[in-house]
Design a protein around this ligand. Structure first.
Ligand code: GLV
Ligand code: MN
Ligand code: MN
Length: 405
């Protein structure tokens, strides 16, 4: 069967592993993560790879090379809530199919290949992300073990419940002399390749991100009795915060994007004036200075806004990740591989975050993007065609054949 059709069947099979019957939800260290990891391990074994799993649940499929150096190929198998099926799994499946190509041909390369299936890229379960790729890069901070999910389960407890030992986290890190490069194939999640009428692109950089947790503290009260002028409504204040984020981001003319995708009203009821609301603001830009300037202005303006409504305000920065450039010579090698498989490589920046931002602390990184129908992602309608995915695997194989590590 052609590579693209195989990729699609594998991706659809993975998408059947969900915490909910009618939509795709697969979070870090959940029973569905376990089931997806087991399936990935089975495919890796069938492809001739040696399989292991580290303390964060990252599945690793190894094909030995002639030297001690290794090319890491990876992506993630966790999803957002009500996810599409290509975001993450495409990169893992492409890695398995490419590694299998060399393993089945019994073709030794001057370096080994490790295919990595990470479990924590979307940051849906815990208020932090990239734990699994940070462990691989040797930058996992043990303070992270104390963060909890919405049920109050700490990351430490979740790792233990998954059958892993936190004491083994340092052993997940690669020796920088062994990890020579990292490459990730990913659905574009935007409209550029479709607009340019090309199937594949080369990523130049991954946008930086700031996450702000904003908590507004007013006073709960009776919806029928408290006059409008005497209210301290935390949700009405949150509405202003959300619109402010949108207004400031629109004013940057595309340089910064800002989103509020989470809004929590702990004591929500139709007849109660909301006394306490928490929201998360996701701020991104390819320019770190533009992002940091946005964050400063936004923080100052929400302070004024909260004061005017007599609301308490607590702002916590839970993420501040710089823009990550992809390696220049790997970009060239990726562009050459795409050209060799018959399409014109489009150079483009990634507005989405990826495991590569963590792995870049370990070794040079490269990414290939695959055309995404309508630019739609983080949405069940997300789609990449088997033909484009087949080209992506072929270009990845060509990239591996040609690179010098
Ligand atoms: C991951 O998809 C992210 O960019 O947040
Ligand atoms: Mn992704
Ligand atoms: Mn995603």
């Amino acid at each position: 069967m052609a590579l693209g059709e195989r990729a699609e069947i594998m991706i659809r099979t993975l998408a059947s592993i969900s915490a909910e019957p009618n939509r795709l939800v697969r979070t870090f260290l959940s029973p569905e993560h376990r089931a997806a990891a087991d399936l990935i391990a089975k495919w890796m074994q069938a492809g001739g790879l040696d399989v292991s799993e580290d303390a964060l649940g990252t599945v690793r499929g190894h094909w030995a090379g002639e030297g001690k150096k290794r090319l890491l190929i990876g992506s993630h198998i966790d999803t957002v809530v009500e996810s599409g099926m290509f975001d993450g799994p495409l990169g893992v499946v492409a890695g398995i199919l490419a590694a299998e190509h060399f393993a089945k041909a019994k073709r030794k390369l001057p370096f080994g290949i490790d295919v990595l299936a990470f479990g924590d890229e979307e940051g849906v379960r815990f208020p932090a992300t990239l734990s699994s790729s940070m462990a691989v890069a040797g930058t996992f901070d043990v303070e992270r073990l104390q963060i909890s999910d919405r049920e109050g389960v700490t990351l430490r407890e979740a790792i233990t419940a998954y059958g892993k030992k936190v004491a083994d986290i340092p052993a997940a890190a690669y020796d920088p002399d062994v990890a020579a490069a990292y490459v990730e194939v990913h659905i574009e999640q935007g409209p550029v390749l479709e607009y340019r009428n090309q199937p594949l692109g080369v990523v130049t950089s991954i946008a930086g991100q700031t996450y702000l947790n904003v908590e507004l503290l007013g006073e709960a009260g009776h919806a029928g009795t408290v006059p409008m002028m005497l209210r301290r409504d935390a949700l009405a204040g949150s509405a202003e915060v959300i619109l402010l984020a949108e207004k400031l981001a629109r004013a940057t003319n595309g340089e910064v994007v800002a989103t509020v995708g989470v809004l929590r009203i702990p004591a929500a009821a139709a007849n109660v004036i909301p006394g306490n609301v928490a929201l998360i603001v996701d701020i991104r830009s390819g320019s770190d200075s533009a992002r940091l300037q946005f964050v400063d202005v936004f923080k100052a303006e929400i302070r004024i806004l909260a004061e005017a409504r007599h609301l308490g305000l607590v702002v916590t920065e839970t993420r501040n990740v710089k823009t990550t450039p992809c390696d220049a010579s790997l970009q060239d090698a990726m562009a050459a591989a795409i050209s060799a498989t018959g399409s014109a490589p489009v150079m483009l920046a990634s507005g989405a975050g990826h495991d590569g931002t963590a792995v870049a602390k370990l070794c040079p990184i490269a990414m290939m993007f695959v055309r995404c129908r309508g630019g739609v992602s983080h949405n069940p309608a997300e789609y990449a065609s088997p033909a484009d995915m087949g080209l992506a695997v072929a270009a990845l194989i060509r990239f591996i054949e040609n690179i010098k590590l």
